[in-house]
Design a protein around this ligand. Structure first.
Ligand SMILES: NC(=O)c1ccc[n+]([C@@H]2O[C@H](COP(=O)([O-])OP(=O)(O)OC[C@H]3O[C@@H](n4cnc5c(N)ncnc54)[C@H](OP(=O)(O)O)[C@@H]3O)[C@@H](O)[C@H]2O)c1
Length: 359
């Protein structure tokens, strides 16, 4: 957008959840970008160690201590909240940001969290702060692609988004934990502008991400909520190419969902969470995003994005691109989506991302 961050501008931001897998990568990349993260979280010992290693300041604040959070937010204009699952962690930080007048960014993909944050829109406008959840892979690329397609076909009534990971990298631990926490919420699609539980249990669709058609399965993804805000398109579905085991697991969860409402069952599943992907596997992995819009007359527009590994590399680059925008003074107040705040081309600001329009 109009303002560009440069090194003469303020470079300081609060990185909450800095001790986590994604938080640690973000802290290092921020320094590479010439930004000055203040590390924050609930564990003083881990933060002291990390702060000394990186040569940066840190602040200790538990999310259930509003006074400590208020102190942690002193003299910063924006927080990048990297501590999830956000179902449990976003509310206190949003409260603290509204109180302190600090812009709020997070990495959520959880629809109930988007819903809860969107409900604070008016308060955020009054406080002149931006609430922008979902500045990672979920949902920067898909949201920008949706807005791009809407520009190409303004009469669009149906939006389908999909993504495919190519390479060995698995999911970061926090994403695995969040996926387990979200099982009881179940599936959602958007129909006629409303969130609905879809009738068909596991729907698949053949999608060409650039190397021939592949079978992708419909899942619940943040865009079902956010793309409605960014584009106004009333019918939205999201698909992903999943390994066979993950597909089977997804199908099984439908039957076991009543049991998975018990926290102790989800705690048991969390024992199987894998460590985050190694640097090497992340570097060997790429991600492809596909989107299509259709209108009532049968007109179609489609496009693809190609970029780096999603859960860590694309996520941290996108999140820090947003931090730079905010530090440059570009933070429209209220609840925002990435494309609403920064436009469809914003995703191309992330290193290694390309877009192709399909005829
Ligand atoms: N949008 C995307 O595409 C995307 C991509 C990657 C990750 N994510 C999300 O980012 C989040 C972090 O992922 P990760 O892999 O870094 O997870 P992680 O390694 O498990 O780290 C979680 C971090 O959150 C902190 N934390 C957890 N619960 C907390 C609480 N109640 N109060 C204060 N701090 C708390 C942890 O602090 P301690 O060290 O003190 O335990 C740790 O710093 C997850 O929610 C994940 O879903 C999103």
């Amino acid at each position: 957008m109009s303002l560009q961050w440069d090194k003469r501008m303020s470079s300081t931001f609060l990185l909450y959840g800095a001790t986590g897998y994604v938080g640690q990568v973000t802290a290092r990349l921020a320094l590479d970008y010439g930004l000055q993260p203040i590390l924050a979280g609930r564990d003083g010992i881990k933060l002291e160690h990390q702060g000394a290693e990186l040569g940066v300041d840190y602040r200790v604040a538990s999310l259930d201590d509003p006074k400590a959070l208020d102190n942690a937010l002193k003299d910063v204009s924006v927080v990048l909240h990297c501590a999830g699952p956000y179902l449990h962690t976003s509310k206190p930080m949003v409260e603290a940001c509204l109180h302190a007048g600090v812009h709020y960014l997070d990495l959520t993909g959880e629809i109930p969290v988007y819903e809860a944050i969107a409900n604070r829109d008016l308060e955020a406008r009054e406080r002149r702060i931006m609430l922008l959840p979902g500045v990672g892979f979920d949902v920067v690329p898909t949201d920008c692609l949706a807005a791009h397609l809407k520009q190409r076909l303004p009469s669009a009534t149906h939006l389908t988004l999909a993504f495919q990971t190519e390479g060995p990298a698995g999911l970061p631990p926090g994403t695995q934990r969040t996926s387990i926490e979200l099982i009881p919420y179940g599936n959602r699609v958007r129909r006629n502008g409303r969130l609905e539980i879809p009738d068909q249990v596991q729907k698949t669709r053949m999608i060409d991400f650039g190397k021939g058609s592949m079978s992708a399965v419909r899942l619940t993804w943040g865009d079902v909520y956010t793309a409605w805000y960014s584009t106004g398109i009333p019918n939205i579905e999201v698909y992903a190419v999943l390994p066979k085991a993950a597909r089977n697991l997804l199908a099984a969860f439908v039957h076991f969902r009543p049991v998975l409402k018990f926290a102790w069952v989800r705690s048991f599943l969390k024992r199987f969470i894998q460590p985050g992907p190694s640097v090497e596997s992340r570097m060997q992995t790429s991600t492809h995003v596909w989107g299509e819009v259709v209108d009532d007359q049968g007109h179609i527009a489609a496009a693809r994005l190609h970029g780096p590994e999603a859960g860590v590399i694309w996520t941290t680059r996108a999140a820090l691109a947003v931090v730079k925008q905010v530090l440059a003074g570009n933070a429209p107040p209220g609840f925002q989506t990435p494309a609403k705040a920064y436009g469809p081309d914003f995703v191309l600001e992330c290193e290694g991302v390309t877009r192709e329009d399909l005829s």
